[in-house]
Design a protein around this ligand. Structure first.
Ligand SMILES: [Zn+2]
Length: 203
């Protein structure tokens, strides 16, 4: 079945001469090897200067990871470009098995994301209790974090704790809020807004 597909794709590619032709002659193509393209849908999701394809032709490719010869069928291309809105210049580069393996690798190799979630949860929880020395240290560290989300939770925690030093700090965040303009749409604005709602919640 796969060998059959590969054979047809090879013949198709040979006939197309250029491997990436967008406007091949279709009269002689096997009905399984091409699909008409919906240019209206493609146009909605692609900002491209080049003409959009009128149809998809099966493509032969070599899997980037395992080197297997594969066929990206016309149907799969139509699904990728028109249902998943893949960019018109994107191509299949991995076989199904390698795609699955890669997805699994990426999923399990993202402890950073889980770590951030854990720190955020811990910080939130410590806002409900009296500030311990360790919790204070965590807030200090969170304010230095590269993650905005963590810094915002730190501000909220400070608001829940209250105390002169924390409230003073929150007022300082509010005072640092840039006025108007879109130039300072950064952290200062986010911090000031978080500080304001943290203070408002205390009243
Ligand atoms: Zn592979």
């Amino acid at each position: 079945m796969k060998a059959h597909r590969l054979g047809r794709a090879a013949v198709l590619a040979a006939r197309l001469r250029v491997p990436d032709a967008r406007q091949p002659q279709i009269e002689w193509a096997h009905p399984l090897d091409w699909e008409p393209a919906d240019r209206l849908v493609l146009g909605l999701y692609n900002n491209t200067c080049c003409p959009l394809p009128a149809f998809y032709a099966a493509r032969q490719f070599t899997c980037r990871d395992c080197g297997a010869e594969e066929v990206w069928t016309a149907k799969q291309q139509k699904w990728w470009y028109e249902t998943m809105h893949g960019h018109i210049d994107s191509r299949a580069v991995r076989c199904l098995a390698c795609r699955r393996a890669r997805r699994e690798r990426l999923r399990t190799a993202a402890p950073g994301a889980n770590l951030l979630l854990e720190r955020t949860k811990r910080l939130r929880a410590s806002g409900a209790a009296k500030p311990s020395a360790q919790a204070k240290a965590e807030v200090r560290a969170a304010l230095q974090s590269k993650w905005w989300s963590l810094r915002v939770v730190a501000i909220q925690t400070m608001g829940r704790w209250g105390g002169e030093a924390n409230l003073e700090r929150l007022h300082a965040f509010m005072a640092a809020r840039p006025e108007g303009g879109r130039r300072y749409s950064g952290w200062e604005r986010v911090a000031a807004d978080a500080a304001r709602s943290a203070l408002a919640r205390r009243e």
